[in-house]
Design a protein around this ligand. Structure first.
Ligand code: ADP
Length: 454
């Protein structure tokens, strides 16, 4: 057979194909080639089909919509039938836990925790209406230079024919987020060069729960509301649409509580920076102020820190990584991000501030939120015991006791008293005797700050 076949030419094709070993190998090779070709073809076709038939939306972690979409994805969905439910239920979840301690700080009391389940990293499929949406949550190994956190994205993919579903998904996710934050105030703080929510949004604090001296609260609230209604007035006159307030006075007088409550009243969030915080530099402050979260009250705590630094630098040439006086002024005067900017500066040391701060747009209104007055003590009593002290007789006894102790600036003999107390201390006393008015009267002496004892 071999001799015959060589007659037709050296390794003739017929002969080769007649050879069972070769023919088998050739068959396999061509099959492999065809399969590879088909696979490549299929890949190209799939890529083309994907481009033509599918729509992608990518949301990065920096985008405000990112947490909304994750929350939307973790919503329970109605069962779309056995097969579809196996497809569309998200099986890999990750959990984010936030804890809040209950009770006074330092008591080591139990803490409450809330858990937020969200889709884990990887691919999932969800169904919305009649559309299937492929979800891909990915963590990249590059990091955000500002926060040091790894980049993260969520990608949603659906059929081109269903592309309009995204509008629905985004508005539903936004509605859900707005609903979850209803009645709450978000507090933002600086994280790296960006603003990030500080814990979960807190329950709005009612304005009525902050008791300032007669007329003080009304004058600030009235001024802020007037400012908010005058945007056009500022625009017409080419004046930056900004207003600044300086609240000063001893600690524990309700400055922060008031700003928090005011934000709740206006449905604003609070964007808070502590100027004495290490690492808060002029550049960082300026940058943060250019990207204030929308509808937020800017709260610059410890405004005196910038002035202390200046004095230190003047005396010993020290220049630490903190905000300087000119840095603070530049930041306040710099380009504002949103339409309006309402800034609150707080300090316990007004004497350290520089008059240059008191300019329109920087600080327009200065208010002292000071030691507890008779008016405040009476109002706080009513908030705690008003329902059980209908004839106010106990309230009067309590106020008389505080008069005797000289806590309202005058001694019983009519001489000026240097003793005073804070609203925080009064609140502490009432909290200790929640349902016991007599207990509060008997223990009123505890309101005398230690430095005035003796
Ligand atoms: P500040 O910012 O002036 O140091 P805070 O607002 O932090 O004071 O008050 C400390 C605590 O005391 C808070 O729990 C707050 O509820 C209470 N408190 C202080 N002052 C008042 C006030 N005027 N009205 C109601 N609560 C007050």
């Amino acid at each position: 057979m071999t001799t015959e076949s060589t007659a037709g030419g050296l390794f003739g094709l017929d002969a080769l194909l007649d050879n069972p070993v070769f023919a088998g190998g050739f068959g396999l090779a061509s099959l492999g080639f065809a399969a590879a070709f088909a696979r490549k073809g299929a890949m190209v076709a799939a890529a083309t089909a994907r481009r033509r038939l599918l729509v992608n939306v990518e949301i990065s972690k920096q985008d405000p919509a990112y947490p909304w979409i994750l929350a939307w994805l973790s919503q329970p969905r109605e069962n779309p039938g056995f097969i579809a439910s196996r497809l569309t239920r998200i099986h890999d979840l990750s959990v984010t836990t936030t804890t809040a301690s209950q009770g006074p700080p330092g008591t080591g009391g139990p803490s409450s925790a809330s858990f937020f389940l969200q889709p884990g990293y990887g691919r999932h499929i969800v169904k919305h209406g009649s559309a299937y949406i492929a979800v891909n949550r990915e963590k990249h190994n590059t990091a955000n230079m500002n926060t040091g956190e790894p980049h993260e994205i969520v990608q949603l993919t659906t059929l081109w024919a269903h592309r309009h579903v995204f509008e629905e998904v985004f508005s539903e996710a936004h509605r859900l987020a707005a609903k979850a934050n209803e009645g709450k105030t978000t507090v933002f703080s600086a994280r790296g060069m960006d603003w990030a929510p500080l814990g979960d949004p807190r329950k709005k604090r009612p304005l009525g729960s902050v008791i300032l001296d007669e007329g003080v609260k009304e004058s600030i609230v009235g001024d802020v509301q007037d400012f908010l209604s005058r945007q056009q007035w500022y625009v017409d006159r080419g004046i930056p649409y900004r207003r600044g307030y300086l609240l000063f006075g001893p600690p524990g007088s309700g400055k922060s509580s008031f700003i928090q409550a005011l934000a709740g009243e206006l449905d604003f969030s609070v964007a808070m920076v502590n100027l004495s915080e290490m690492g808060m530099t002029d550049d960082k402050l300026a940058l943060l102020l250019t990207k204030l979260p929308k509808r937020s009250l800017l709260l610059l705590e410890d405004a005196d820190a910038a002035f202390v630094n200046r004095r230190q630098r003047d005396s010993d040439g020290y220049s630490g990584a903190t905000v300087t006086f000119s840095g603070l002024l530049n930041a306040l005067d710099g380009v504002a991000a949103g339409e309006e900017r309402i800034a609150f500066l707080t300090t316990n040391h007004i004497e350290r501030l520089d008059p240059a701060l008191i300019r329109p747009g920087r600080v327009d209104m200065m208010l002292r939120i000071g030691e507890a007055t008779r008016f405040q003590a009476a109002q706080m009593w009513d908030r705690f015991y008003g329902d059980v002290d209908s004839d106010h007789s106990n309230r009067e006894r309590f106020l008389e006791r505080l008069d005797e102790l000289g806590l309202f600036g005058v001694n019983p003999d009519g001489e000026p008293s240097h003793r005073h107390t804070s609203t925080a201390a009064i609140q502490g006393l009432f909290l200790f005797h929640k349902t016991d008015m007599q207990g509060s009267i008997d223990m009123a002496e505890a309101l005398i700050p230690r430095k005035f004892e003796a």
